[in-house]
Structures are given as C-alpha cells and as structure tokens.
Design a protein around this ligand. Structure first.
Ligand code: SF4
Ligand code: SF4
Length: 81
C-alpha cells in the first residue's frame, strides 16, 4: 500500500497502452519472480488492459519508477497537501 500522502495518477487521455510502466514496476517484477505467477489472472500494481494502463492501489507503492518510464507523461505522483 502506498504511503498516505502519495498517489500514482494516470491520465487516461494520453496513455497509449505501451506497457513500459508495467515492465519496470518493481512490485510487478517481484511478483513475476514467483514461479506460480500467472500474468493473465493475477493483479499487479500496474498493468495494461484494453490498451490502457490500470493501477491497482492495493499493490502500488507510489515509488514513481513508472512515471519516469512513460513515454507520453501519462503518469504522475500526486502528493497531498
Ligand atoms: S508507482 Fe511504483 S509501485 Fe506504483 S505502479 Fe509505478 S512503479 Fe509500480
Ligand atoms: S501509462 Fe505510459 S508507460 Fe504505461 S501504458 Fe500508458 S503510455 Fe505506456
């Protein structure tokens, strides 16, 4: 779970569904090392579904690594005041 004061935000208008975010997310990478991991059925912090990134806030730690790897700047980390 993300720290309370940080949240990953997706701009759906600009996402091109490239999957860069999902491939660099450390939470996803850790999960994928599990021999039983099933990419089709298991929730991940960020994944592409129907051509669009989808964030799972139960898994996303708001680390910001995906933000730096999005080619169209669709992702931002929002910090609460
Ligand atoms: S902010 Fe970090 S944990 Fe959340 S989806 Fe992006 S890379 Fe994964
Ligand atoms: S959020 Fe950015 S990196 Fe992730 S699928 Fe969309 S365009 Fe690609």
């Amino acid at each position: 779970m993300a720290k309370k004061d940080k949240k990953l935000i997706l701009s759906e208008e600009s996402c091109i569904g490239c999957g860069n975010c999902a491939s660099v997310c450390p939470s996803n990478l850790k999960q994928q090392k599990d021999i039983d991991f099933d990419v089709d059925t298991e929730a991940r912090a960020i994944a592409v579904s129907n051509g669009m990134a989808v964030i799972d806030y139960n898994l996303c730690k708001a680390c910001g690594i995906c933000v730096k790897n999005c080619p169209v700047n669709s992702l931002t980390i929002e910090i609460a005041a």
